[in-house]
Design a protein around this ligand. Structure first.
Ligand code: NAP
Ligand code: MG
Length: 394
């Protein structure tokens, strides 16, 4: 490697697998250069969460990062880890700093067929990574009263609108987004689709949310008409807008093979649905593409908490490390592309192939064994699986 990439360590079972994957599949083969950030909940607490923003700015500086899954703290975690405070989701903090769109694509192997039999090609999710409910303000309303939205411009002029005349106690939430971020979201999706030569679908609930979702629809359409329409026609691909509920129905009946641009929350939920329908949350790649031209690779799943507790008791769990392996290969491939390192590109392809071949030959973790069409299948624990991939790679 010429330039370092940003390595962001995390929590629980994925932290255990992170070290395993790195030691067995990366460092024996690559002269690895990383700038390391420890985003374990313990270290975020020790640094008052400063380490999280530091890691995001490091990605901005170096251009490429790879991130392990991290715990999003809540009340139960505050007690479990004796935290000083509750911190925002590290992914939300990083995505707010980098802006951009998260692309999630199923990792497919021939022996595992999606549960939805009409799907012939991977369905890719492009998830807007800024704002909405992930950057909200919430309030408990203790009793009857008036709730309003108030905007004060820089000269002090106010604009207000009634949210609700509350007859009793309840809750309220304020969310926002930015025109610039929505336009960049649209551009990232259209560019990705051009690169992959696949159609783009976008959906919101603009019949109900006429101003908020209406703005998403309007800006997407504007960017398409003014910047991409001709390019799409030349490439023979299309842009399709519909309502979110209609999109969900069409996705389930369709053949896949397109990019589904989703608002932040829709993308969160739908990517888990699609990953599960394709086999496992661990069979999906995830990359954040920032409009500033930087890339962050991660696994789409969480820290696999229940497996971690079993591992702590001495059990060798059969946790699937494929998404973590592909997070590393994604980041290394991008570094290879940016720094012109053909040997590193070649290594990445061999490692991905070794992982997929291992599964296709019937050696896999428990989550996949349930779905495999070809038998016999050997269920391996994570350590045996990584060893099998390493052996094939060697
Ligand atoms: P999770 O870690 O994704 O795990 C949910 C379930 O999915 C697991 O119990 C397991 O099912 C299955 N699973 C996920 N990844 C797997 C893998 N690699 N191999 C095999 N099975 C896998 O979600 P969670 O338990 O709801 O969340 C745990 C923690 O992760 C939370 O603290 C949350 O805040 C955090 N989280 C982080 C991220 C991130 O950093 N990107 C994303 C989501 C959640 P079985 O138990 O049936 O085996
Ligand atoms: Mg999610």
């Amino acid at each position: 490697m010429k330039q370092a990439l940003v390595e962001i360590d995390g929590d629980e079972m994925t932290r255990v697998l992170w070290e395993l994957v790195k030691n067995e599949l990366i460092t024996p083969f690559v002269e690895l250069k990383t700038e390391y950030y420890d985003l374990s909940l313990k270290n975020r607490d020790a640094t008052d969460d400063a380490v999280t923003a530091d890691s995001a700015y490091a990605i901005k500086r170096l251009g490429v990062g790879v991130k392990c899954a991290t715990i999003t703290s809540n009340e139960a975690r505050r007690i479990e880890y004796n935290l000083k405070a509750l911190y925002p989701s590290p992914n939300a903090t990083i995505r707010t700093i980098l802006d951009g769109t998260v692309f999630r694509k199923p990792i497919t192997v021939s022996s595992i067929k999606p549960s939805i039999s009409s799907w012939k090609a991977p369905l890719i999710i492009g998830r807007h990574a800024y704002g909405d409910v992930y950057k909200n303000a919430e309030m408990v309303i203790p009793g009857p009263g008036k709730v309003e939205l108030v905007y004060t411009d820089n000269t002090g002029n106010e604009k207000r609108t009634l949210v609700a005349q509350m007859p009793g106690a309840g809750v309220v939430q304020g969310i926002h987004n930015l025109d610039e971020s929505i336009k960049n979201f649209a551009r990232s999706c259209f560019l990705y689709a051009l690169q992959e030569k696949i159609p783009v679908w976008f959906a919101t609930k603009d019949t109900i949310s006429k101003i908020y979702d209406g703005k998403f629809k309007e800006l997407f359409n504007h960017i398409y008409e003014t910047e991409f329409k001709e390019l799409f026609q030349k490439a023979g691909i299309t842009y399709f807008y519909t309502l979110i509920d209609d999109a969900v129905a069409r996705v389930v009946k369709g053949e896949g093979g397109f990019l589904w641009a989703c608002k932040n929350y829709d993308g969160d939920v739908m990517s888990d649905m699609i990953a599960s329908a394709c086999g496992s949350l661990a069979m999906m790649t995830s990359v954040l593409v920032s409009p500033s031209g930087v890339f962050e690779y991660e696994a789409a799943h969480g820290t696999v908490q229940q497996h971690y507790y079993r591992w702590q008791k001495g059990e060798k769990t059969s946790t699937n490390p494929v998404a973590l392996i592909f997070a590393w290969t994604g980041a290394l491939a991008k570094r290879a592309e940016l720094d012109n390192l053909p040997a590193l590109s070649a290594f990445v392809q061999r490692l991905e192939k070794a992982a997929l071949q291992t599964i296709e030959e019937g050696n896999m973790t428990g989550d996949l064994a349930r779905l495999a069409r070809t038998k016999p299948v050997r269920i391996l624990d994570s350590w045996e699986f990584v060893a099998a991939v390493a052996q094939k790679l060697s």
